[in-house]
Design a protein around this ligand. Structure first.
Ligand code: NAP
Length: 255
C-alpha cells in the first residue's frame, strides 16, 4: 500500500454510509492511513464536506438504488483496495409479534441488499487490485438474537451469512472478506434513527453505561483489518465495550 497522502497513486478505499458515525470515522481513519477515500451516502452536503476535508471523492449514493451504485463504481475507478460496507442501521424495537413489515423491508433493503449490490458491483475492481479487502460492518445482532431485535437481527444475520458465503466462493481469488461485528457504539444518529427521532428514548440506550464504544473504536478495527498483509484474512472481528457481555447483558451504573 502506498502511504503517499496526495496524488492519484493512493490506493482507493470506498466507504458507504460515510455521512455520519462509524462510516465518517472510518473514512477519516483510512485517509490518515494513506487511502484515497470515496465517501458515499445519501446526504450530499455531508459527503461533499468530508471528501473535501480528506482530499477524497464524494458520491451521493443510496446503496439500494442501482443507478447510484453504478455512479459509485465509476467514481471508484478500475482498482479498489478496500470496500467498507457500512451503510445500514436499525428501525424500531418491536417484538416479532408486533413487527412493522415495512420497517423490516427497509432494514433488509439497506443492510443486506445494499451490501450485496455494492459488493457485486465493485468486485471486479477489488479483484483487479490484487490485494483487495471487503469489510462488512455487521453487528453482534448478526451473531445472536435479542428480544426486540426483530428485523435488525434478521438483517444483520443476513449480512453475516452473505459474508461467509462470499468468502467460500472467492477462495481462489485475490480478495479478502471480513465481518466486523460491533456491540454498543454511541454514535450520534444510530439510536435516533432506530427510534424515529425520539431523543429521550435514544439517549436511554447509553444511560449509565460506563464507556460504550465510539465510532473511532470501530474505525480503528476496520483500519486494522484493511491493512493486514495480503495473505491474512480476518474472518470475523467482534468488538464490544467492556460493559457489554452480550447484546442484552449490559452493565449500567445507576445515576
Ligand atoms: P449512523 O450514524 O446512523 O450511520 C448510518 C449511515 O448509513 C449514515 O451515514 C447514513 O447516511 C447511511 N445510510 C443509511 N441508509 C443508507 C442508504 N440507503 N444508502 C446509503 N447510505 C445509507 O449509525 P452508525 O452507528 O454509524 O452505524 C453504522 C453501521 O454500523 C450500520 O450498518 C449499523 O447497523 C452498524 N452498527 C452500529 C452499531 C451501533 O451501536 N451504533 C452497532 C453495531 C453495528 P445517509 O442517511 O446520509 O444516507
Amino acid at each position: 500500500m502506498s502511504t503517499s497522502s496526495t496524488g492519484a497513486d493512493r490506493p482507493v478505499a470506498v466507504v458507504t454510509g460515510a455521512s455520519s458515525g462509524i462510516g465518517a470515522a472510518t473514512a477519516r481513519r483510512l485517509a490518515t492511513d494513506g487511502f484515497r477515500v470515496v465517501c458515499a451516502a445519501r446526504r450530499a452536503d455531508r459527503v461533499e464536506a468530508l471528501a473535501a476535508e480528506l482530499d477524497g471523492v464524494a458520491v451521493t449514493c443510496d446503496v439500494t438504488v442501482p443507478a447510484d451504485v453504478e455512479r459509485l463504481v465509476q467514481a471508484a475507478g478500475d482498482r479498489v483496495a478496500v470496500l467498507v460496507n457500512n451503510a445500514g442501521g436499525a428501525l424500531g424495537l418491536e417484538p416479532v409479534a408486533a413487527a412493522d413489515v415495512e420497517k423490516w423491508r427497509r432494514m433488509y433493503d439497506t443492510n443486506v441488499l445494499g451490501t450485496l449490490q455494492v459488493t457485486k458491483a465493485l468486485l471486479p475492481a477489488l479483484v483487479a487490485d490484487g490485494e483487495g479487502v471487503v469489510v462488512n460492518v455487521g453487528s453482534v445482532a448478526g451473531l445472536v438474537a435479542y428480544e426486540g431485535g426483530g428485523g435488525y437481527t434478521v438483517a444483520k444475520h443476513g449480512v453475516h451469512v452473505m459474508t461467509e458465503t462470499l468468502r467460500l466462493e472467492l477462495v481462489d481469488q485475490p480478495v479478502r472478506i471480513t465481518l466486523v461485528a460491533p456491540g454498543m457504539v454511541h454514535t450520534e444518529e444510530f439510536s435516533l434513527t432506530r427510534f424515529d427521532g425520539d431523543r429521550e428514548r435514544a439517549d436511554k440506550v447509553y444511560e449509565g453505561v460506563p464507556g460504550p464504544l465510539v465510532a473511532e473504536d470501530v474505525a480503528d478495527a476496520v483500519a486494522w483489518v484493511a491493512t493486514r498483509p495480503a495473505h491474512v484474512n480476518v474472518d470475523l472481528l467482534v468488538i464490544k465495550p467492556r460493559a457489554q457481555a452480550a447484546p442484552h447483558k449490559v452493565h449500567r451504573v445507576p445515576s
